[in-house]
Design a protein around this ligand. Structure first.
Ligand code: HEM
Length: 425
Protein backbone atom coordinates (compact mmCIF):
# COMPACT_ATOMS: atom_id res chain seq x y z
CA UNK A 1 0.00 0.00 0.00
CA UNK A 2 1.35 3.43 -0.75
CA UNK A 3 0.24 6.82 0.52
CA UNK A 4 -2.33 7.67 3.16
CA UNK A 5 -6.07 7.08 2.65
CA UNK A 6 -7.70 10.30 1.35
CA UNK A 7 -9.30 11.20 4.69
CA UNK A 8 -5.92 11.01 6.41
CA UNK A 9 -4.18 13.16 3.85
CA UNK A 10 -3.02 16.39 5.44
CA UNK A 11 -5.43 19.29 5.10
CA UNK A 12 -4.33 21.05 1.89
CA UNK A 13 -3.50 24.75 1.78
CA UNK A 14 -6.07 26.75 -0.17
CA UNK A 15 -4.95 30.13 1.18
CA UNK A 16 -1.79 30.85 -0.82
CA UNK A 17 -2.72 33.51 -3.44
CA UNK A 18 -0.09 32.07 -5.82
CA UNK A 19 -2.16 28.87 -6.14
CA UNK A 20 -4.89 30.85 -7.88
CA UNK A 21 -2.45 32.20 -10.46
CA UNK A 22 -2.41 28.60 -11.79
CA UNK A 23 -6.19 28.07 -11.69
CA UNK A 24 -8.88 27.26 -9.15
CA UNK A 25 -7.64 24.38 -6.96
CA UNK A 26 -10.75 22.25 -7.54
CA UNK A 27 -9.11 18.98 -6.48
CA UNK A 28 -8.13 20.47 -3.14
CA UNK A 29 -11.58 21.98 -2.65
CA UNK A 30 -13.18 18.63 -3.37
CA UNK A 31 -10.93 16.88 -0.88
CA UNK A 32 -11.90 19.45 1.75
CA UNK A 33 -15.63 19.18 0.99
CA UNK A 34 -15.46 15.40 1.32
CA UNK A 35 -13.22 15.10 4.36
CA UNK A 36 -12.73 18.45 6.13
CA UNK A 37 -15.69 20.69 5.26
CA UNK A 38 -14.60 23.19 7.90
CA UNK A 39 -10.79 23.09 7.74
CA UNK A 40 -8.15 25.04 9.61
CA UNK A 41 -5.82 27.03 7.35
CA UNK A 42 -2.50 28.52 8.37
CA UNK A 43 -1.84 32.03 7.20
CA UNK A 44 1.92 32.27 6.67
CA UNK A 45 3.72 35.35 5.42
CA UNK A 46 3.37 35.45 1.65
CA UNK A 47 4.70 37.82 -1.03
CA UNK A 48 5.94 40.20 1.65
CA UNK A 49 2.58 40.40 3.40
CA UNK A 50 2.66 39.57 7.11
CA UNK A 51 1.51 36.26 8.60
CA UNK A 52 -1.93 36.04 10.22
CA UNK A 53 -3.47 33.87 12.94
CA UNK A 54 -5.14 31.37 10.56
CA UNK A 55 -8.80 30.76 9.78
CA UNK A 56 -11.52 28.18 9.15
CA UNK A 57 -12.16 27.44 5.47
CA UNK A 58 -15.81 26.58 4.68
CA UNK A 59 -16.17 24.70 1.40
CA UNK A 60 -19.62 23.01 1.26
CA UNK A 61 -22.55 24.87 -0.28
CA UNK A 62 -24.87 24.26 2.67
CA UNK A 63 -22.35 25.60 5.19
CA UNK A 64 -21.37 28.58 3.04
CA UNK A 65 -25.02 29.63 2.81
CA UNK A 66 -25.46 29.12 6.55
CA UNK A 67 -22.49 31.36 7.36
CA UNK A 68 -23.60 34.08 4.94
CA UNK A 69 -27.17 34.10 6.26
CA UNK A 70 -26.40 33.94 9.97
CA UNK A 71 -24.86 37.36 10.56
CA UNK A 72 -25.64 37.15 14.30
CA UNK A 73 -23.08 34.32 14.60
CA UNK A 74 -20.77 35.21 11.69
CA UNK A 75 -20.12 38.92 11.75
CA UNK A 76 -18.96 41.17 8.90
CA UNK A 77 -18.29 43.92 11.43
CA UNK A 78 -15.93 42.41 14.00
CA UNK A 79 -12.91 41.84 11.75
CA UNK A 80 -14.40 43.15 8.46
CA UNK A 81 -14.61 40.91 5.38
CA UNK A 82 -11.12 40.29 3.99
CA UNK A 83 -9.03 37.28 4.97
CA UNK A 84 -6.14 39.50 5.99
CA UNK A 85 -6.70 41.16 9.35
CA UNK A 86 -6.96 44.91 9.08
CA UNK A 87 -4.65 47.04 11.18
CA UNK A 88 -6.64 47.51 14.44
CA UNK A 89 -6.15 51.27 14.08
CA UNK A 90 -7.95 51.14 10.70
CA UNK A 91 -10.91 49.06 11.88
CA UNK A 92 -13.22 51.93 12.90
CA UNK A 93 -12.68 53.46 9.47
CA UNK A 94 -13.24 50.21 7.54
CA UNK A 95 -16.40 49.52 9.53
CA UNK A 96 -18.01 52.62 8.11
CA UNK A 97 -18.51 50.71 4.86
CA UNK A 98 -21.83 48.88 4.69
CA UNK A 99 -20.06 45.73 3.46
CA UNK A 100 -18.41 45.62 6.89
CA UNK A 101 -21.53 46.10 9.01
CA UNK A 102 -24.09 43.75 10.52
CA UNK A 103 -27.85 44.08 10.80
CA UNK A 104 -29.59 46.10 12.14
CA UNK A 105 -27.10 48.95 11.38
CA UNK A 106 -26.31 47.60 7.95
CA UNK A 107 -29.99 47.82 7.03
CA UNK A 108 -30.09 51.62 7.19
CA UNK A 109 -27.32 52.09 4.59
CA UNK A 110 -28.57 49.26 2.44
CA UNK A 111 -32.03 50.83 2.19
CA UNK A 112 -30.59 54.29 1.47
CA UNK A 113 -28.30 53.05 -1.24
CA UNK A 114 -30.83 50.69 -2.84
CA UNK A 115 -32.84 53.79 -3.74
CA UNK A 116 -30.05 54.81 -6.12
CA UNK A 117 -29.98 51.33 -7.66
CA UNK A 118 -33.51 50.97 -8.96
CA UNK A 119 -33.96 48.41 -11.76
CA UNK A 120 -35.55 51.19 -13.83
CA UNK A 121 -32.40 53.32 -13.66
CA UNK A 122 -30.16 50.33 -14.40
CA UNK A 123 -32.28 49.22 -17.37
CA UNK A 124 -31.92 52.67 -18.92
CA UNK A 125 -28.23 51.89 -19.41
CA UNK A 126 -28.93 48.87 -21.63
CA UNK A 127 -28.60 50.85 -24.87
CA UNK A 128 -25.28 52.43 -23.87
CA UNK A 129 -23.94 49.11 -22.60
CA UNK A 130 -24.83 47.42 -25.89
CA UNK A 131 -23.25 50.16 -28.00
CA UNK A 132 -20.09 49.87 -25.93
CA UNK A 133 -19.93 46.07 -26.26
CA UNK A 134 -20.46 46.35 -29.99
CA UNK A 135 -17.84 49.02 -30.59
CA UNK A 136 -15.19 47.34 -28.41
CA UNK A 137 -15.75 43.96 -30.08
CA UNK A 138 -15.85 45.45 -33.58
CA UNK A 139 -12.53 47.20 -33.00
CA UNK A 140 -10.87 44.10 -31.48
CA UNK A 141 -12.06 41.90 -34.35
CA UNK A 142 -10.85 44.42 -36.97
CA UNK A 143 -7.44 44.69 -35.28
CA UNK A 144 -7.13 40.90 -35.13
CA UNK A 145 -7.96 40.56 -38.82
CA UNK A 146 -5.42 43.22 -39.67
CA UNK A 147 -2.84 41.50 -37.44
CA UNK A 148 -2.08 37.89 -36.48
CA UNK A 149 -5.72 36.77 -36.38
CA UNK A 150 -5.98 36.87 -32.57
CA UNK A 151 -7.05 39.42 -30.01
CA UNK A 152 -6.78 39.72 -26.24
CA UNK A 153 -10.35 40.06 -25.00
CA UNK A 154 -9.20 41.22 -21.57
CA UNK A 155 -7.07 44.16 -22.60
CA UNK A 156 -9.02 45.00 -25.77
CA UNK A 157 -12.60 44.46 -24.63
CA UNK A 158 -13.60 43.43 -21.12
CA UNK A 159 -11.36 45.67 -18.95
CA UNK A 160 -12.70 48.80 -20.63
CA UNK A 161 -16.22 47.40 -20.82
CA UNK A 162 -16.49 46.86 -17.05
CA UNK A 163 -14.87 50.14 -16.11
CA UNK A 164 -16.75 52.34 -18.57
CA UNK A 165 -20.14 50.80 -17.76
CA UNK A 166 -19.53 51.44 -14.07
CA UNK A 167 -18.38 55.02 -14.60
CA UNK A 168 -21.54 55.67 -16.65
CA UNK A 169 -23.75 54.32 -13.89
CA UNK A 170 -21.93 56.35 -11.25
CA UNK A 171 -21.76 59.47 -13.43
CA UNK A 172 -17.94 59.82 -13.47
CA UNK A 173 -16.84 62.16 -16.29
CA UNK A 174 -14.85 60.61 -19.17
CA UNK A 175 -11.70 62.51 -18.27
CA UNK A 176 -11.47 60.89 -14.81
CA UNK A 177 -11.89 57.26 -15.80
CA UNK A 178 -8.22 56.34 -15.77
CA UNK A 179 -8.07 57.36 -12.12
CA UNK A 180 -10.68 54.78 -11.22
CA UNK A 181 -8.81 52.03 -12.97
CA UNK A 182 -5.65 52.95 -11.06
CA UNK A 183 -7.47 52.81 -7.72
CA UNK A 184 -9.11 49.46 -8.29
CA UNK A 185 -5.86 47.90 -9.48
CA UNK A 186 -4.18 49.08 -6.32
CA UNK A 187 -6.86 47.64 -4.06
CA UNK A 188 -7.50 44.32 -5.81
CA UNK A 189 -4.23 43.55 -7.55
CA UNK A 190 -2.12 44.04 -4.44
CA UNK A 191 -1.23 40.36 -4.09
CA UNK A 192 -0.07 40.17 -7.71
CA UNK A 193 3.41 41.55 -8.37
CA UNK A 194 2.44 42.19 -12.04
CA UNK A 195 -0.54 44.34 -11.15
CA UNK A 196 0.56 46.20 -8.10
CA UNK A 197 4.19 46.89 -8.95
CA UNK A 198 6.23 47.60 -5.85
CA UNK A 199 3.88 47.87 -2.87
CA UNK A 200 3.71 51.28 -1.20
CA UNK A 201 5.45 51.14 2.19
CA UNK A 202 4.13 52.62 5.42
CA UNK A 203 6.16 54.50 8.06
CA UNK A 204 7.13 51.13 9.62
CA UNK A 205 8.65 49.96 6.31
CA UNK A 206 5.95 47.30 5.83
CA UNK A 207 3.67 47.22 2.75
CA UNK A 208 0.77 49.61 3.25
CA UNK A 209 -2.63 47.92 3.35
CA UNK A 210 -4.31 49.36 0.24
CA UNK A 211 -7.60 49.58 2.16
CA UNK A 212 -6.22 51.72 4.97
CA UNK A 213 -7.33 55.36 5.28
CA UNK A 214 -3.95 56.75 4.26
CA UNK A 215 -3.93 54.74 1.03
CA UNK A 216 -7.46 55.87 0.16
CA UNK A 217 -7.19 59.58 0.84
CA UNK A 218 -7.01 60.63 -2.82
CA UNK A 219 -10.02 58.52 -3.77
CA UNK A 220 -12.08 60.03 -0.96
CA UNK A 221 -11.12 63.56 -1.93
CA UNK A 222 -12.25 62.74 -5.44
CA UNK A 223 -15.62 61.34 -4.22
CA UNK A 224 -16.14 64.54 -2.32
CA UNK A 225 -15.42 66.75 -5.32
CA UNK A 226 -17.61 64.62 -7.59
CA UNK A 227 -20.53 64.84 -5.13
CA UNK A 228 -20.21 68.63 -5.05
CA UNK A 229 -20.19 68.69 -8.85
CA UNK A 230 -23.34 66.50 -8.97
CA UNK A 231 -25.18 68.82 -6.59
CA UNK A 232 -24.47 71.69 -8.99
CA UNK A 233 -25.11 69.63 -12.14
CA UNK A 234 -27.56 66.85 -11.28
CA UNK A 235 -27.97 63.99 -13.78
CA UNK A 236 -29.62 60.57 -13.94
CA UNK A 237 -26.83 58.65 -12.24
CA UNK A 238 -26.01 56.97 -8.94
CA UNK A 239 -23.67 59.69 -7.63
CA UNK A 240 -26.32 62.40 -8.16
CA UNK A 241 -28.81 60.27 -6.30
CA UNK A 242 -26.41 59.70 -3.39
CA UNK A 243 -25.09 63.28 -3.28
CA UNK A 244 -28.59 64.72 -3.08
CA UNK A 245 -29.88 62.29 -0.45
CA UNK A 246 -30.22 64.29 2.79
CA UNK A 247 -29.99 61.14 4.94
CA UNK A 248 -26.54 60.13 3.71
CA UNK A 249 -23.62 61.78 5.54
CA UNK A 250 -20.47 62.92 3.69
CA UNK A 251 -18.25 60.14 5.16
CA UNK A 252 -20.91 57.55 4.27
CA UNK A 253 -21.00 58.83 0.72
CA UNK A 254 -17.20 58.68 0.34
CA UNK A 255 -17.15 55.14 1.69
CA UNK A 256 -19.92 54.09 -0.61
CA UNK A 257 -18.09 55.50 -3.61
CA UNK A 258 -15.06 53.40 -2.66
CA UNK A 259 -17.20 50.28 -2.23
CA UNK A 260 -18.81 50.74 -5.64
CA UNK A 261 -15.58 51.45 -7.45
CA UNK A 262 -14.07 48.23 -6.18
CA UNK A 263 -17.13 45.98 -5.99
CA UNK A 264 -18.59 47.08 -9.30
CA UNK A 265 -15.50 47.00 -11.48
CA UNK A 266 -13.26 44.07 -10.65
CA UNK A 267 -16.11 41.63 -10.35
CA UNK A 268 -17.46 42.28 -13.85
CA UNK A 269 -13.89 42.58 -15.08
CA UNK A 270 -13.38 39.01 -13.88
CA UNK A 271 -16.78 37.58 -14.86
CA UNK A 272 -16.67 38.78 -18.47
CA UNK A 273 -13.43 37.09 -19.62
CA UNK A 274 -14.19 34.14 -17.31
CA UNK A 275 -17.46 33.54 -19.16
CA UNK A 276 -15.89 34.03 -22.59
CA UNK A 277 -13.12 31.61 -21.70
CA UNK A 278 -15.64 28.93 -20.73
CA UNK A 279 -17.55 29.49 -23.98
CA UNK A 280 -14.34 29.29 -26.00
CA UNK A 281 -13.51 25.99 -24.31
CA UNK A 282 -16.98 24.58 -25.00
CA UNK A 283 -17.73 25.14 -28.71
CA UNK A 284 -21.00 23.17 -28.60
CA UNK A 285 -22.29 25.29 -25.75
CA UNK A 286 -21.24 28.46 -27.59
CA UNK A 287 -23.07 27.32 -30.71
CA UNK A 288 -26.25 26.48 -28.78
CA UNK A 289 -26.15 29.93 -27.22
CA UNK A 290 -25.62 31.79 -30.47
CA UNK A 291 -28.27 29.65 -32.24
CA UNK A 292 -30.83 30.57 -29.59
CA UNK A 293 -31.23 26.99 -28.29
CA UNK A 294 -30.52 28.21 -24.75
CA UNK A 295 -31.42 31.56 -23.27
CA UNK A 296 -28.75 34.15 -22.51
CA UNK A 297 -30.14 34.83 -19.04
CA UNK A 298 -29.77 31.23 -17.79
CA UNK A 299 -26.39 31.01 -19.52
CA UNK A 300 -25.15 34.08 -17.61
CA UNK A 301 -25.84 32.35 -14.30
CA UNK A 302 -24.24 29.07 -15.32
CA UNK A 303 -21.10 30.91 -16.47
CA UNK A 304 -21.05 32.77 -13.14
CA UNK A 305 -21.40 29.46 -11.29
CA UNK A 306 -18.42 27.95 -13.12
CA UNK A 307 -16.37 31.15 -12.92
CA UNK A 308 -17.29 33.03 -9.73
CA UNK A 309 -15.50 36.40 -9.77
CA UNK A 310 -15.23 36.47 -5.97
CA UNK A 311 -13.29 33.58 -4.43
CA UNK A 312 -13.64 34.28 -0.71
CA UNK A 313 -15.33 36.46 1.89
CA UNK A 314 -14.50 36.51 5.55
CA UNK A 315 -16.63 36.62 8.69
CA UNK A 316 -15.68 36.51 12.39
CA UNK A 317 -17.47 34.26 14.92
CA UNK A 318 -19.32 36.31 17.54
CA UNK A 319 -19.65 33.34 19.94
CA UNK A 320 -18.53 29.76 20.38
CA UNK A 321 -20.44 27.66 17.88
CA UNK A 322 -20.32 24.52 15.75
CA UNK A 323 -20.34 24.15 11.96
CA UNK A 324 -20.43 20.78 10.18
CA UNK A 325 -19.31 19.14 13.44
CA UNK A 326 -16.32 21.46 13.94
CA UNK A 327 -16.07 23.65 17.02
CA UNK A 328 -15.47 27.30 16.27
CA UNK A 329 -14.53 29.73 19.02
CA UNK A 330 -15.70 33.30 19.47
CA UNK A 331 -13.26 35.57 17.59
CA UNK A 332 -12.17 32.90 15.05
CA UNK A 333 -12.01 33.93 11.40
CA UNK A 334 -14.38 31.99 9.15
CA UNK A 335 -13.87 32.22 5.39
CA UNK A 336 -16.34 31.00 2.75
CA UNK A 337 -15.04 29.70 -0.61
CA UNK A 338 -17.50 30.53 -3.38
CA UNK A 339 -15.97 28.43 -6.19
CA UNK A 340 -16.04 25.38 -3.95
CA UNK A 341 -19.69 25.89 -2.95
CA UNK A 342 -20.60 26.36 -6.63
CA UNK A 343 -19.11 22.96 -7.49
CA UNK A 344 -20.50 21.03 -4.52
CA UNK A 345 -21.78 17.74 -5.91
CA UNK A 346 -24.27 17.59 -2.99
CA UNK A 347 -26.20 20.43 -4.65
CA UNK A 348 -25.24 20.55 -8.34
CA UNK A 349 -25.61 17.43 -10.50
CA UNK A 350 -22.48 17.02 -12.68
CA UNK A 351 -20.97 20.20 -11.26
CA UNK A 352 -18.07 20.32 -13.72
CA UNK A 353 -20.37 20.12 -16.75
CA UNK A 354 -21.12 23.48 -18.32
CA UNK A 355 -24.90 23.29 -18.73
CA UNK A 356 -26.05 26.68 -20.00
CA UNK A 357 -29.69 25.70 -19.43
CA UNK A 358 -29.11 24.61 -15.80
CA UNK A 359 -32.14 25.30 -13.60
CA UNK A 360 -32.36 25.61 -10.71
CA UNK A 361 -28.93 27.14 -10.27
CA UNK A 362 -28.49 28.21 -6.65
CA UNK A 363 -24.87 29.38 -7.11
CA UNK A 364 -23.45 31.73 -4.50
CA UNK A 365 -21.42 33.96 -6.82
CA UNK A 366 -23.42 36.98 -5.65
CA UNK A 367 -23.27 35.85 -2.02
CA UNK A 368 -26.37 35.29 0.13
CA UNK A 369 -28.02 36.73 3.22
CA UNK A 370 -28.07 40.42 4.16
CA UNK A 371 -25.05 41.39 2.01
CA UNK A 372 -26.19 39.66 -1.18
CA UNK A 373 -24.80 41.68 -4.08
CA UNK A 374 -26.54 44.99 -4.64
CA UNK A 375 -25.23 45.23 -8.19
CA UNK A 376 -26.38 41.78 -9.37
CA UNK A 377 -28.99 43.17 -11.76
CA UNK A 378 -26.47 45.53 -13.36
CA UNK A 379 -23.84 42.78 -13.54
CA UNK A 380 -26.22 40.30 -15.19
CA UNK A 381 -27.32 42.94 -17.68
CA UNK A 382 -23.73 43.70 -18.71
CA UNK A 383 -22.83 40.02 -19.06
CA UNK A 384 -25.95 39.14 -21.05
CA UNK A 385 -25.35 42.00 -23.50
CA UNK A 386 -21.66 41.13 -23.84
CA UNK A 387 -22.42 37.50 -24.73
CA UNK A 388 -25.19 38.54 -27.16
CA UNK A 389 -22.82 40.93 -28.90
CA UNK A 390 -20.00 38.36 -28.95
CA UNK A 391 -22.31 35.95 -30.80
CA UNK A 392 -23.06 38.76 -33.23
CA UNK A 393 -19.42 39.67 -33.77
CA UNK A 394 -18.11 36.08 -33.91
CA UNK A 395 -21.06 33.91 -34.99
CA UNK A 396 -18.96 31.09 -36.44
CA UNK A 397 -16.71 30.29 -33.48
CA UNK A 398 -14.94 31.54 -30.42
CA UNK A 399 -11.65 29.71 -30.16
CA UNK A 400 -8.98 30.06 -27.50
CA UNK A 401 -5.49 30.97 -28.72
CA UNK A 402 -3.40 29.86 -25.74
CA UNK A 403 -4.07 29.72 -22.01
CA UNK A 404 -5.31 32.75 -20.10
CA UNK A 405 -3.01 34.55 -17.66
CA UNK A 406 -4.61 34.60 -14.25
CA UNK A 407 -4.45 37.07 -11.37
CA UNK A 408 -2.46 36.03 -8.30
CA UNK A 409 -5.16 36.58 -5.67
CA UNK A 410 -7.19 34.54 -3.20
CA UNK A 411 -9.96 37.15 -3.39
CA UNK A 412 -10.68 37.94 -7.05
CA UNK A 413 -10.77 35.22 -9.73
CA UNK A 414 -9.20 37.59 -12.22
CA UNK A 415 -7.83 37.20 -15.72
CA UNK A 416 -5.03 39.42 -16.98
CA UNK A 417 -5.04 38.16 -20.53
CA UNK A 418 -7.16 35.87 -22.72
CA UNK A 419 -6.31 35.55 -26.40
CA UNK A 420 -8.93 34.23 -28.82
CA UNK A 421 -8.70 33.43 -32.50
CA UNK A 422 -10.77 35.55 -34.86
CA UNK A 423 -11.76 33.75 -38.06
CA UNK A 424 -11.62 35.69 -41.32
CA UNK A 425 -14.89 37.32 -42.30
C1 HEM B 1 -20.51 39.55 -11.65
C2 HEM B 1 -20.35 40.61 -10.91
C3 HEM B 1 -20.45 40.68 -9.42
C4 HEM B 1 -20.24 39.71 -8.48
C5 HEM B 1 -19.89 38.25 -8.71
C6 HEM B 1 -20.45 40.31 -7.18
C7 HEM B 1 -20.34 39.62 -5.97
C8 HEM B 1 -20.68 40.15 -4.74
C9 HEM B 1 -20.69 39.40 -3.52
C10 HEM B 1 -20.27 37.94 -3.35
C11 HEM B 1 -21.12 40.24 -2.52
C12 HEM B 1 -21.36 39.85 -1.05
C13 HEM B 1 -20.28 40.29 -0.09
C14 HEM B 1 -20.34 39.61 1.27
O1 HEM B 1 -20.83 38.47 1.38
O2 HEM B 1 -19.85 40.19 2.25
C15 HEM B 1 -21.37 41.52 -3.14
C16 HEM B 1 -21.79 42.65 -2.46
C17 HEM B 1 -21.92 43.88 -3.06
N1 HEM B 1 -21.84 44.17 -4.41
FE1 HEM B 1 -21.41 42.89 -5.90
N2 HEM B 1 -20.76 41.63 -7.34
C18 HEM B 1 -20.78 41.89 -8.71
C19 HEM B 1 -21.05 43.09 -9.31
C20 HEM B 1 -21.39 44.25 -8.64
C21 HEM B 1 -21.68 45.52 -9.28
C22 HEM B 1 -21.69 45.75 -10.80
C23 HEM B 1 -21.93 46.41 -8.27
C24 HEM B 1 -22.29 47.86 -8.35
C25 HEM B 1 -22.34 48.60 -9.39
C26 HEM B 1 -21.82 45.69 -7.01
C27 HEM B 1 -22.03 46.23 -5.76
C28 HEM B 1 -22.04 45.52 -4.59
C29 HEM B 1 -22.29 46.12 -3.29
C30 HEM B 1 -22.58 47.59 -3.02
C31 HEM B 1 -22.21 45.09 -2.34
C32 HEM B 1 -22.37 45.23 -0.81
C33 HEM B 1 -23.75 44.88 -0.38
C34 HEM B 1 -23.94 44.94 1.13
O3 HEM B 1 -22.95 45.01 1.88
O4 HEM B 1 -25.09 44.91 1.55
N3 HEM B 1 -21.50 44.39 -7.27
N4 HEM B 1 -21.11 41.44 -4.50
Amino acid sequence: MSGPAPAEMPVPDIFDPRLYGQGIPHDLYRHLRDHHPVAWQEEPEVLGWPAGPGFWAVTRHEDVVRVLKDSATYSSYLGATQIRDPDPADLPFIRRMMLNQDPPHHRRLRVLVSRAFTPKRIDRFTVTVRERARSLLTRAVAEARAGDGTCDVVTQVTDDYALLNLTDLLGVPDTDRALLLHWTQRVIGYQDPDEAGTPELGADGKPLNPRSPSALRDMFAYAHALAAHKRRHPADDVMTSLATDPELTAPELEMFFFLLVVAGNDTVRSAAPGGLHLLAEHPDAYRSLCDGEVGFATAVDELLRRHPPVLTFRRTATRDTELAGTRIRAGDKVVVFHASANHDERVFPAPFTLDLARTPNPHVSFGDGPHVCLGAHFARLQLRVLYEETCRALPASLEPAGSPRRLVSNFINGMKSLRVRVPNA
